[in-house]
Design a protein around this ligand. Structure first.
Ligand code: E4P
Length: 216
């Protein structure tokens, strides 16, 4: 499963990219706001930090406006992936852009039928928001299971990008279901490295090693 980080914080992205485990980045208007940076400038910087797709979201709601914004965004770098909302205009834009060879991430997906439409529109990625789904009394992982089943039934190449990931269980379940990608905040990804027994084990080994009086 590919790991994307869901942030526009370039220090966090650089830190995770250095592990060699980062496959891409997702941003959204709220994350750009949180960064306090200029959208174009920070997106260009992020594209230089990772080789994989960097999602940059349009804010227009109509097809013509989305195409105009996408035209500007896709010139930033070859690894820009245009993020469009799962609306009729968003999917029209998705169809047009992917037809021209531009990567598209269809975002704000909350139903398997919406994911089916995104695949039919040729989306490179579909982003079902599991955390927000859970928050509203639905089962986010059940949604991922349904989308996996549908995409496999028809061999749709659209990648399932599990979004709005809040904790390690979301990551674990996504991997068990066979989601293609998950995107999570830096803290969630860093949390995956941790285990209390790993820490305890290191402390125990170091204490015994000190007693040997040796060095490497
Ligand atoms: C995905 O691309 C979105 O940016 C993101 O995962 C939304 O997550 P949130 O529900 O934590 O805002």
């Amino acid at each position: 499963m590919k790991f994307f980080v869901d942030t526009a914080d370039t220090a966090e992205i650089a830190d995770l990219a250095a592990t060699g485990l980062l496959d891409g980045v997702t941003t959204n208007p709220s994350l750009i706001m949180k960064s306090g940076r200029d959208f174009m400038e920070v997106t260009r910087e992020i594209c230089g930090l990772v080789d994989g797709p960097v999602s940059a979201e349009v804010v227009a709601l109509d097809h013509a406006g989305m195409m105009r914004e996408a035209e500007i965004l896709r010139k930033i770098a070859d690894n820009v992936c245009i993020k469009v909302p799962l609306t009729i205009d968003g999917l029209k834009t998705c169809k047009a852009l992917t037809g021209e060879g531009t990567m598209v991430n269809v975002t704000l997906c909350f139903s398997a039928n919406q994911a089916l439409l995104a695949a039919k529109a040729g989306a490179s990625f579909v982003s079902p928001f599991v955390g927000r789904h859970d928050d509203n009394g639905f089962d986010g992982m059940e949604l991922i299971r349904d989308i996996r089943l549908i995409y496999d039934n028809y061999a749709y190449p659209t990648e399932i990008l599990v979004a709005s990931v809040r904790h390690g269980i979301h990551v674990l379940e996504s991997a068990k279901i066979g989601a293609d990608v998950m995107t999570a905040p830096p803290a969630v990804i860093k949390g995956l490295f941790k285990h209390v027994l790993t820490e305890q084990g290191i402390q125990g080994f170091l204490a015994d090693w000190a007693k040997t009086g040796q060095s490497i």
